[in-house]
Design a protein around this ligand. Structure first.
Ligand SMILES: NS(=O)(=O)c1nccs1
Ligand SMILES: [Zn+2]
Length: 259
């Protein structure tokens, strides 16, 4: 490991990708509450997820990901800063080796042990997720912070499936799950224009970061940390610290939906 930040080695995936050359709207960022601007025109976010669109969970070598059937407008979000509806494609998490770090975004330099990303694409301007990745504002990712606290019953169904996807490129069927159960009840969010935080790091994301974290317990976080970056038969490398370092805000303003 050649790059040390926060006292640990960066996963090779990000070592070479620390900053996309010429990037002006990279993610994640540190959200400075006092610099965010309340925008009264921001609407409440509307979320309608159909639990039967859930397909499977798989380990893609840097997180575990739950994939959805996005062939129709069944699991969609709209409102908020959005001009039209967006379809849910997948959700995944980023987390640390210990509870002291793990999230990608920060709030006033406060870091959380983990962060959930719900990834959506714009079916009005693109014909597929893969195409939307390359479109300006082709994607919307909702970020939800996880903090150490009470057991999260909704998350536990997901956690119970993780041993089946311990190794990279393993997959397990996972049907009927409603990710709305992972949303905090507080409607408040920040929003800003950014990028994917894993390759291809394209600057196509409208980020919506929920202000209030959800609570998960120690055992649930430790189950995340039992996953592996490595495939079966390879020398085991625990899947931890799979987050990208902070990127410069540059010429961007973070808007808030709340005063
Ligand atoms: N971590 S992220 O949600 O920005 C993402 N990267 C690639 C596909 S979705
Ligand atoms: Zn992510």
């Amino acid at each position: 490991c050649t790059v040390l930040t926060r006292g640990f080695c960066l996963h090779p995936l990000w070592q070479s990708e620390l900053s996309v050359s010429g990037g002006t709207r990279q993610s994640p960022i540190n959200i400075q509450w006092r610099d965010s601007v309340y925008d009264p025109h921001l609407k409440p976010l509307k979320i309608h997820y159909d639990p039967t669109t859930c397909l499977y969970i798989w380990n893609n070598g840097y997180s575990f990901q739950v994939e959805f059937d996005d062939s129709a407008d069944k699991s969609v979000i709209m409102g908020g800063p959005l001009e039209n509806h967006y379809r849910l494609k997948q959700f995944h998490f980023h987390w640390g080796a210990i509870n002291e770090w793990g999230s990608e975004h920060m709030v006033d330099s406060k870091v959380y042990p983990a962060e959930l990303h719900l990834v959506h694409w714009n079916p009005v301007t693109s014909t597929s997720f893969e195409e939307a990745i390359m479109e300006n504002n082709g994607l919307v990712v909702i970020g939800v912070f996880l903090k150490l606290g009470a057991h999260h019953a909704g998350l536990q169904k997901l956690v119970d499936a993780l041993p089946a996807v311990k190794h990279k490129d393993t997959i397990v069927e996972f049907d009927v799950f409603d990710p709305s159960c992972l949303m905090p009840s507080c409607p408040d969010y920040w929003t800003y224009d950014g990028s994917l935080t894993t390759p291809p790091l394209t600057e196509s994301v409208t980020w919506i970061i929920k202000k209030t974290p959800i609570e998960v317990d120690q055992n649930q976080l430790e189950e995340f940390r039992m996953l592996l970056f490595t495939s079966a038969g390879e020398e085991e490398k625990r899947m931890v610290d799979n987050f990208r370092p902070l990127q410069p805000l540059m010429n961007r303003t973070v808007r808030s939906s709340f005063r």
